[in-house]
Design a protein around this ligand. Structure first.
Ligand code: TRH
Length: 380
């Protein structure tokens, strides 16, 4: 049955919130064919991932989704069958009152952040009644097991990725579109997307001394700013610089589709936060993840929980270095340099493992489909 959805996205900082909400909106609209309205409080950030967005428009339709500006003055509108707040985005009081007045009341979902920690299974789907209105909010947790909400992965993703990765002409055309020649077979291609990280200088040093050439492709942003400091000169998107055996290729910030292709085309991907982290896993290529830094080391617990799952099927030696590298990167320790050197000899094992891992992710289920089913059960 076709349902109507309101998804509210408040862009706190960075791009992960809108990346996730936009993917969810698109998939609900294209796969179960639902009617989706996406409310976004920062259309400029949204445009970086999706150039079709016009920040001047309060209402626009993009890829089947109605995109609405969520500004200080909220337009009068009837709440949909299902209302999703992305990551605790606080709904306007007038909207909550309209939800309470609508019969039947909408199903109200808070889409939570992803974590591999085991407590997620116990909290997924829990209800929380509103203190004064006749509304119940449910917490929907993404995750890696069938007892969680699963991960955002659109239908046909693996097929499209495999076709791209297996097509030398498509790969060459992609590199050309970024202004890069196809790297030679011996060059290792890494993409870099990270937060401020004091360990980057040690990583750059290790890459520049690597026995085979390394090409680091870095979209505009924090990583590029840090590389400029390390190199001692401003690196603009479009420029290429060499530091020993390392070539740094600075590129513009890509749209979501092109960023996926970058992840598919590289041999290793440095990713961060939530959405690039999931897409890198779905790219079926080895990854190094920097979790969103949090107080009291919460991000380190998240990192360990992920590694416990991700690295368990690797042979012990490869597991040790894979874990050591990601842990050092998250602790911003200069040890990343020596762990990178150690990791290089496990390259084939890590590549095979990344493929298996990507294939097994489907077992946790597709988040958009699970969410639609969860809501349907509550609408009946
Ligand atoms: O931008 P992030 O740091 O977002 C974070 C996380 O979501 C974190 O959980 C949250 O608490 C915090 O924001 C507020 O990292 P993330 O999640 O990887 O999102 C980046 C998005 O940007 C993702 O959708 C991929 C996209 N992207 C592009 O479209 N093009 C690019 O060139 C790059 C580098 C990223």
């Amino acid at each position: 049955m076709t349902r109507t959805w309101d998804i509210f996205c408040s862009v706190v900082d960075n791009y992960g919130d809108i990346g996730v909400c936009w993917r969810l909106a698109r998939q609900l609209s294209s796969e179960p064919g639902h009617s989706v309205r996406l409310w976004v409080d920062n259309l400029e950030s949204f445009r970086r991932l999706c150039p079709a967005v016009d920040p001047a428009q309060a209402l626009q339709r993009i890829k089947g989704v109605e995109v609405r500006r969520w500004g200080a003055t909220f337009p009068r509108a009837e709440p949909a069958d299902i209302v999703v707040e992305g990551f605790g985005a606080r709904l306007p009081d007038a909207w909550l009152e309209a939800m309470a007045a609508r019969l039947p009341h909408p199903v109200w979902i808070n889409l939570e952040y992803l974590s591999a920690e085991s407590w997620v299974e116990g909290c997924h789907g829990l209800p929380s009644p509103h203190p004064s209105l006749p509304l119940v909010k449910h917490f929907f947790f993404p995750g890696f097991t069938a007892a969680t909400g699963g991960l955002l992965m659109e239908d046909g993703l693996a097929r499209t990725r495999d076709a791209f990765q297996g097509d030398p002409a498509a790969l060459a055309a992609f590199w050309r579109s970024l202004g890069l020649a196809s790297p030679g077979d011996s060059a290792l291609r890494v993409s870099l997307f990270c937060y401020r990280n004091a360990a980057l200088a040690a990583l750059v040093e290790a890459w520049s001394c690597d026995p085979s050439p390394v090409v680091c492709i870095v979209p505009e942003g924090t990583a590029l700013t840090q590389l400029s400091h390390i190199a001692g000169r401003r690196i603009e998107p479009g420029s290429r610089i060499k530091l020993g055996g390392l070539s740094i290729a600075a590129i513009p910030f890509l749209d979501l589709e092109q960023y996926d292709r970058l992840l598919w085309a590289c041999d290793f991907n440095w990713v961060r936060g939530e959405d690039s982290f999931v897409r890198a896993q779905l790219a079926a290529r080895p990854l190094v993840w920097q979790a969103y830094p949090q107080q009291e080391g919460a991000h380190l617990r998240k990192t360990s929980a992920f590694l416990e799952r991700y690295a368990s099927a690797l042979d012990p030696a490869a597991r040790r270095v894979q874990c050591a590298l990601i842990e050092a990167w998250n602790r911003e320790s200069a040890d990343v340099g020596r762990h990178w050197v150690a990791l290089r000899s496990h390259r084939n094992a890590l590549a095979a493992h990344a493929r298996d891992w990507a294939g097994n992710l489907a077992a946790g289920g597709s988040l958009a489909i699970k969410l639609a089913e969860f809501c349907e059960d509550r609408l009946k």
